[in-house]
Ligand binder design. Structure first.
Ligand code: NAD
Ligand code: WQD
Length: 342
């Protein structure tokens, strides 16, 4: 069964392609490589021993998308393509709305033309804004604190509305990811951010491998276990498997319309210092750090209640922090410059 994977050359997309192939699906990748490297997909092919048809195409280019749908019998779409840097979205909001919202509309329209009505959408825990309590349930109020988060909320609304329209044939799963980290156990694919990493894990990895001198810890005066920010880190392979579980659900629904929302997280929080310690233990390297003031917009503690996904998708994250960090380190130490060859 062919599954269109937009953004399939990216961090989560490449890991999902491996798991799709393992489960007997044929991923077809559309990616404009704006934040990824073609090499990632060659490595997916090496890991899985199977070719992955690739289109170097922008999701906004409907002519090219039509070609993809004409050439393959696509059953469902897993839609990862989009921009994801919170700070950048504040500086360039229009670019974010254009790519994340208009780009998604372009995909949805072509899907309708070809009678493909199943989509899994990459949403984010950022849609909960500043939750009043943790753990966070899907029923909690949403609210964006930046254009990136707003773009995710807008797309969620669009997908919910097209599912709710009379006689709608759409089946959609909105997956709200917490903090994906780690890499495939082979060490061949992993997270390869361009420029200075925004997120904690790639930054810690680059410090451990000697690419950066020290980690900046953004605040140690939060009301948390050790004063640093607490997040729900989830292994990227667990996350990829969550997409397979969601695919199973939307494939099964035949008569009732539906848009289903799930948190994909572990339900456990880890502090910045806990992540640093785990990394030092696994890598045997020191991770020097300096404590800086809090990063604007950050909140103290954020983790999922993942029970709904377990109940309805039969999916649960399996890997613990140590395993996530171990796999991240294998990827980083085997590929100190990521996919780049210079
Ligand atoms: P990523 O940047 O590694 O992957 C996104 C891919 O989409 C990249 O390969 C990029 O080249 C491609 N892309 C972007 N715009 C495109 C366009 N117009 N046409 C074609 N391809 C395009 O990011 P990721 O971490 O793999 O994230 C995947 C999705 O999950 C994104 O939608 C992101 O917002 C969402 N998400 C990520 C996180 C996270 O922390 N990584 C958390 C929550 C949600
Ligand atoms: C984690 C913790 C930081 C970097 C972001 C997006 C969110 C989602 C995931 C896409 C916090 C601390 C970080 C550093 C640090 N992405 N930190 N030094 O902020 O939870 O979420 O990525 O949807 O939308 O906002 O993740 O990895 O940036 O930060 O001390 O150099 O690490 O303060 O406590 P965050 P993060």
């Amino acid at each position: 069964m062919a599954i269109l994977v937009t953004g399939g050359a990216g961090y989560i997309g490449s890991h999902t392609c491996v798991e799709l192939i393992g489960a007997g699906y044929q991923p077809i990748v559309v990616d404009n490589l704006s934040n990824s490297n073609r090499e990632a997909l060659f490595r997916v092919e090496t890991i899985s021993g199977q070719q992955v048809p690739f289109y170097n195409c922008d999701i906004g280019d409907q002519q090219e998308l039509r070609k993809v749908f004409s050439e393959h019998n696509i059953e469902s779409v897993i839609h990862f393509a989009g921009f994801k840097a919170v700070g950048e979205s504040v500086e360039q909001p229009l670019r974010y709305y254009q790519n994340n919202v208009a780009g998604t509309l372009a995909v949805i329209e072509v899907m309708e033309e070809f009678g493909v009505y199943r989509m899994i959408f990459s949403s984010s825990a950022t849609v909960y804004g500043e939750p009043e309590t943790v753990p966070i349930k899907e029923s909690f109020p949403t609210g964006a604190t930046n254009p990136y988060g707003a773009s995710k909320l807008i797309v969620e609304s669009i997908l919910r509305d097209i599912c709710a329209a009379p006689q709608s044939l759409w089946r959609v799963s909105l997956l709200r990811y917490f903090n994906p980290i780690g890499a495939h156990e082979s060490g061949k694919i992993g997270e390869d951010p361009q420029g200075i990493p925004n997120n904690l894990l790639p930054f810690v990895s680059q410090v451990a491998v000697g690419r950066r001198p020290y980690l900046q810890v953004f605040g140690d005066d939060y009301d948390t276990v050790d004063g640093t920010g607490v997040r729900d880190y989830i292994h990227v392979v667990d996350l990829a498997l969550g997409h397979l579980a969601a695919l199973g659900l939307i494939e099964k629904q035949t008569t009732q319309e539906g848009c289903y929302t799930y948190n994909l997280g572990t339900g456990r929080g880890s502090s910045v210092f806990e992540v640093v310690r785990a990394f030092e233990k696994v890598s045997g390297r020191e991770v020097p750090f300096k404590v800086l003031p809090r990063r604007p917009g950050d909140i103290a503690e954020y983790y999922a209640n993942p029970e709904l996904a377990e109940k309805e998708l039969g999916w649960k994250a399996e890997y613990d922090l140590e395993r996530m960090v171990e796999d991240a380190w294998r990827w980083q130490s085997q590929n100190p410059k990521g996919y780049s060859t210079d």
